[in-house]
Design a protein around this ligand. Structure first.
Ligand code: NAD
Length: 260
């Protein structure tokens, strides 16, 4: 029987590439996305591909994965899908938040901050708690979240997401510290600037970011979702069992190379 991975945000970008890669590695894929309109069409293509690679061992939920009601409703369904077998991975790859500055024309407000920090940070904790309570995490399970250089540098429009990333990293560190004794590890993967749908929403200037990044990156290109998927595939191997409470960089050295 195949092992299962859970991907929150598995229809586009890093989450979609990881779903495809782990499907090729032989895992069954359970994923969440939250897509309407054009995005739903692209999601449909990802789902069809993952479904094909996994021979039908693929379940996508198109709903708000950050809502606690969603977690409570779907975790019994996830247990049914895996036959009660613990998940190999829970990856948080959700991009949904307010991208605006703290001051100026559209200063961020409390509702936007709370939502962004919940969806892109705290929701990882509630998923992990609930999966653990449902015995869907056990020895060998991995918790991974995606972070970015915005966790320690300031960028146009990135303030709220930056706060969420810092919260997520702290949550991941603490999960690994508390659950490490059971062989469950938790780590952040720091991706470099990656031209995905989420990037286009951070700033109108995103194309200039991409061009600057290509010059700045020691490897002279931006990160691809496949780079991140390959890193996650490596992190699922038994050889990575002792990596815990860490940040793993998948950025070609970008974060070590000057500023924009
Ligand atoms: N793109 C970059 O440059 C970059 C760099 C570093 C880290 N990251 C991080 O990688 C993660 C994924 O971003 P991406 O660039 O692949 O973006 P993306 O827009 O391509 O993918 C986002 C995914 O999240 C899903 N989603 C959004 N809101 C949701 C919700 N409420 N419930 C369920 N699913 C939801 C979407 O359906 C989609 O599958 C994010 O945490 C992002 O901050 C991105």
């Amino acid at each position: 029987m195949s092992e299962w991975v859970l991907i929150l945000g598995g229809s586009t970008g890093h989450g979609a590439a990881t779903a495809k890669r782990l499907a090729k590695d032989g895992y069954g894929v359970i994923a969440f996305h939250f897509d309407r309109g054009e995005a739903k069409k692209i999601a449909g293509e990802t789902i069809a591909e993952v479904n094909k690679i996994t021979n039908g061992n693929c379940h996508y939920f198109n709903t708000n994965a950050a809502a606690l009601e969603t977690m409570d409703k779907t975790i019994p369904q996830i247990a049914e899908i895996t036959g009660g077998q613990p998940l190999k991975l829970m990856l948080h790859s959700i991009a949904f938040g307010t991208t605006t500055n703290f001051f100026g024309e559209k200063p961020v407000n409390q509702k936007q901050m709370d939502m962004t920090v919940h969806v892109m940070g705290n929701s990882l904790l509630y998923w992990t708690q609930k999966l653990y309570d449902a015995k869907l995490l056990a020895k060998g399970s991995r918790i991974l979240g995606l972070t970015s250089e915005g966790n320690y540098v300031s960028m146009e429009g990135y303030g709220p997401v930056s706060v969420a990333k810092v919260a997520m990293e702290a949550i991941i560190r603490q999960i690994g510290w508390e659950l490490g004794q059971f062989g469950i590890t938790a780590n952040s993967v720091q991706a470099g600037v990656t031209p995905t749908r989420a990037l286009t929403k951070i700033t109108d200037n995103w194309e200039a970011w991409v061009e600057n990044t290509k010059k700045r990156n020691p490897m002279r290109r931006t990160t691809t979702p496949e780079d991140v998927a390959n890193t996650i595939s490596l992190l699922l191997k038994p050889e990575a069992d002792f990596i815990n409470c860490s940040i793993i960089y998948c950025d070609g050295g970008e974060s070590r190379s000057g500023s924009f």
